[in-house]
Each structure stands twice: as C-alpha cells, then as structure tokens.
Ligand binder design. Structure first.
Ligand code: FES
Length: 147
C-alpha cells in the first residue's frame, strides 16, 4: 500500500467513526464529542470529586464554589467518548447552580441536555452527575470542618 492509499484508508475510517458518533449522539452530542468543553484538571479548584463507576471508568470533577454557588467546573475521565460527553455536559450544567440545586440533579438532566444518547451508555450520565455531587459533598464537609 502506498502513502496515498494509506491516507485514503485513514480518511475513510475517520469518516466512518464520525458518522457512527453522529448517529449515536445526535448533532448536539456529536459537537461536544468533537469538542469536549470543560475538559481537564483544574489546578486551583476549591474542591474535587472522584467516582469509579461499575463499568470501571473513573470520573473526576473540579469545582470552584463561591457563597454556595458553583462558579466554574471541569472534568477528567479515563472513560470512553460517552463519559467525556456526559462529563462535559455535567460540568456545564453545574456552573451557576447552588449546592442545593446540585443535589437535585440526576443523570436525566444530562441526557435531556444532549437530547439523544445510546441507551446502553446512559449510566455515564449518572456517573457524571454523581461525581459533581461528590465534589459538592466534599465542599460541604470542608465548610463544616472550617466553621
Ligand atoms: Fe464507563 Fe461510560 S462511564 S462506559
């Protein structure tokens, strides 16, 4: 196989991967899959949460919280594309919410925001929200300990 044939093969595989992702996540989710906003460990976070799901993937959430309201959020995961999409939306949903509002969230909120998601991977959305709640829980503990 020459270089041109090899490149054509790579392009065709990539196109197929993109098509599959579009089919799985819809337009909104696909866009986030390609550009996972809020991704990365936040070095100066006030608190963080970390949960390993039953699938074996670990999700981490990093939050900045001022006067009981989340002002910034980011996530990191060693999981698949679906956990990245869910982590990204969970971080976005958390920003601007009070700690009480965070405890009212469920994976459904993430799934509704994406609009379309593979049923067999919906647990990623629940893991992402549980991790945000774990971070907020750590915030509450810290707050009690420092008062
Ligand atoms: Fe494990 Fe999505 S979090 S498959």
């Amino acid at each position: 196989m020459n270089d041109e044939q090899f490149n054509a093969m790579v392009d065709s595989i990539q196109e197929q991967v993109f098509e599959d992702a579009k089919d799985a996540y819809g337009v909104v989710g696909f866009d986030r899959w390609r550009n996972p906003r809020f991704h990365g460990r936040m070095e100066d976070a006030d608190v963080q949460g970390r949960i390993t799901g039953s699938c074996g993937d670990t999700m981490e959430m990093f939050l900045k919280i001022e006067e009981d309201r989340v002002t910034d959020a980011s996530y990191a995961t060693d999981g698949c594309g679906s956990s990245n999409v869910c982590g990204s939306f969970a971080a976005e949903i958390a920003i601007g919410k009070t700690v009480e509002e965070i405890f009212d969230l469920t994976g459904e909120d993430v799934l509704n925001k994406i609009g379309q998601f593979p049923e067999q991977e919906e647990h990623c959305a629940y893991l992402a929200i549980k991790t945000v709640q774990d971070a907020v829980n750590n915030y509450m503990v810290k707050k009690v300990q420092s008062s």
